[in-house]
Design a protein. Structure first.
Length: 135
């Protein structure tokens, strides 16, 4: 019986740590739209970067997203994040993929997008310029 309790405690503590109980994550969601007409950006991935930590959020067809760190929607640890996007593309008939958004948003260094996530941050909406290259 003692061995069973010992293993139960080890498994329980392991699950406690893996599940992230005690993490202070802030739920963060929002909508991604085009700055010219307010229509939703229909797809892509938002990346939140802080030091060596990175979290993502999938953009839904209506432009909405929910950020996640270790699972799809578990929020972000508090802090200042640089923000960039990828996968916001379309395939034109007979051509290669083309970005729907200005290429400056495709790098944390050039996007100009940042967010400070803390207990009061619940929503972070993005208004993005369209790709002006009409190839």
């Amino acid at each position: 019986m003692y061995k069973c309790r010992k293993y139960f405690v080890i498994v329980f503590v392991g699950l406690f740590l893996v599940c992230g109980c005690g993490r202070n994550h802030v739920s963060l969601s929002g909508k991604v739209t085009f700055s010219d007409d307010g229509s939703p950006v229909p797809k892509g991935t938002i990346v939140f970067v802080k030091e060596s930590f990175q979290a993502t959020a999938a953009i839904q067809p209506d432009g909405n997203y929910v950020a996640g760190s270790f699972s799809a929607k578990d929020g972000l640890p508090a802090g200042n994040y640089a923000v960039w996007l990828f996968g916001v593309t379309e395939i034109l008939q007979g051509e290669a993929e083309r970005s729907l958004i200005d290429s400056k948003y495709e790098s944390a260094e050039t996007s100009g997008l940042t967010v400070n996530v803390d207990a009061s941050t619940k929503t972070y909406n993005l208004k993005l310029d369209r790709n002006s290259n009409k190839k």
